[in-house]
Design a protein around this ligand. Structure first.
Ligand SMILES: Nc1ncnc2c1ncn2[C@@H]1O[C@H](COP(=O)(O)OP(=O)(O)OP(=O)(O)O)[C@@H](O)[C@H]1O
Ligand SMILES: [Mg+2]
Length: 457
């Protein structure tokens, strides 16, 4: 029920307004002076203030100014018996929602009240939303304008305080490690280590000793006892990057560590208790690896309880320009003024498909900064592949073919030409990577090779 505070020094007006508004199911509180109104506002909250302009010590204009300062989101309607344009204009300038002249028409008053309440509603929803976004999903270094990334942030916030394993999925350069770090940074383990390890970067025996440690003499070259990452991360978080590349034998050991919360160094018979949260990331489809026998299903189930899927950058163009700003700020430090982007450049950056995602965007901006002379980023300082708008302009299929070229030729030859153009543009947008292009086109690589014209080779 909307709460309306009505201020007038004339009891008859207060009574009329009270009757009218109560009939509209509004909750009405009367006040006989501006001072009394302010005191009431200290004690309870109202959605709308209706005040006479001409009153005793504190007039309606003074009240309006004070209310704007102390309760900036409250809508105010002023009543004036001396409906001069000047007072009305001044009231609006001072931030009144509207004014109504006395004697007022009932309809007119009620409509104004209705509009003010609707406006007030929108305003408070907006404030609540902003507070929620600012407060709840604030991860200092994660740009998240798009709905997709905001969902990611919401997930991070929800899973961070729990101790569950989390699987972060996303194409390369989408921010998987950034998300893992944010989970750690918002967990109760934040004061302890966050240790990443790339499972694809090390050969099997090295990966095993890196993760679990080894004892002296465990293998040739093991000249001293060495603790593994699980021990070093004790109390903290371990981040297993590219978990799809983890050899099966290590998967089995990892599963045991997760179940028993103990590690055994390579070559040792002693179990060492560890308390580590495990986060993992991959760009592979683990389901496919399971089908091929390269990933353990039981391990997959442990990890897939909670997954965070980061959308590729091309699916969230709203993030591109905020990311550019973020990257420029990081590259230039916090005091330097940021260069402006040509409208042309903005359009290019927003329409380019970013196969390398945010990492590719970072590289492009660094490249541009290296060559940007003035305080402006223009098209010619972008990497050539990205600046070439004709490849990934608004219409990926390219401009229409002139009718004349095909007069008298078969539909098939026309379609073929169109198809080749399209294939060419997709290949370019994938940075020349035909395997990726084939995937995007949902055809086999062999089919792609068969279809592309020789000069594309
Ligand atoms: N939403 C974002 N806001 C700010 N920076 C981001 C965002 N997403 C990614 N980045 C930045 O992009 C770069 C790549 O991110 P990160 O290394 O986390 O990606 P990744 O998915 O782990 O990539 P790869 O698959 O190549 O390992 C980092 O410098 C990271 O800070
Ligand atoms: Mg990574």
């Amino acid at each position: 029920m909307p709460r309306v505070l009505v201020v007038d020094d004339e009891p008859s007006i207060l009574s009329v307004l009270g009757t009218l508004l109560k009939a509209q199911s509004h909750e009405v509180t009367p006040a006989r002076s501006g001072e009394a109104a302010l005191a009431l506002m200290q004690q309870q909250s109202f959605d709308l203030l209706i005040s006479d302009i001409r009153m005793g010590a504190m007039d309606g204009m003074q009240l309006l100014r004070q209310v704007r300062r102390e309760h900036p989101n409250m809508a105010v309607i002023l009543l004036t018996a001396y409906g001069t344009v000047e007072t009305a204009v001044e009231a609006m300038k001072e931030g009144a929602f509207d004014y109504v002249t006395k004697p007022f028409k009932v309809d007119e008053l009620l409509i104004t009240v209705q509009r003010a309440l609707q406006y007030q509603n929108l305003l408070s929803e907006n404030v609540a939303l902003k507070e929620e976004l600012a407060g709840r999903y604030q991860f200092e270094n994660i740009v998240a304008e798009s709905v997709g990334m905001r969902k990611v942030c919401e997930m991070i916030e929800r899973v961070a305080p729990t101790d569950t394993t989390v699987l972060v999925l996303g194409e390369s350069g989408t921010g998987k490690e950034l998300v893992a770090k944010a989970i750690h940074a918002h967990s109760t383990r934040k004061t302890k280590n966050f240790l990443p390890i790339n499972c694809a970067a090390l050969p099997e025996p090295l990966l095993e000793s890196e993760m679990f440690g080894h004892v002296k003499g465990a293998f040739t070259g093991a000249t001293v006892n060495k603790e593994g990452l699980f021990e070093a991360a004790n109390g903290g978080t371990i981040f297993l990057d590219e978990i799809g590349s983890m050899p099966l034998s290590i998967q089995a050991k990892l599963l045991r560590v997760l179940q028993d919360k103990e590690v055994r160094r390579v070559g040792s018979t002693e179990n060492i208790p560890v308390n580590v949260r495990v986060l993992a990331a991959t760009n592979d489809r683990l389901e496919d690896l399971i089908a091929k026998g390269r990933f353990r299903e039981d391990l997959y189930y442990r990890f897939s309880v909670i997954t965070i899927q980061i959308p590729p950058l091309r699916e969230r163009p709203e993030d591109v320009l905020p990311l550019v700003k973020h990257i420029l700020r990081r590259e230039l430090g916090k005091d330097k003024p940021l260069p402006t982007l040509d409208p042309d450049v903005q359009r290019i950056l927003e329409s380019y498909p970013w196969p390398g995602n945010v990492r590719e965007l970072e590289n492009a901006i660094r490249h541009a900064l290296t060559f940007a002379g003035s305080n402006q980023i223009t098209k010619d300082v972008l990497p050539a592949k990205i600046a070439d708008v004709s490849i990934h302009g608004a219409t990926p299929v390219g401009p229409a073919l002139p009718f004349e070229d095909f007069r008298g030729k078969s539909l098939k030859s026309f379609l073929r030409k169109k198809e080749q153009e399209y294939l060419g543009s997709v290949i370019s947008s994938m940075g020349g990577d035909k395997e990726k292009a084939a995937k995007a086109l949902k055809i086999s690589l062999a089919t792609l090779y068969r279809k592309i014209p020789l000069d594309e080779e």
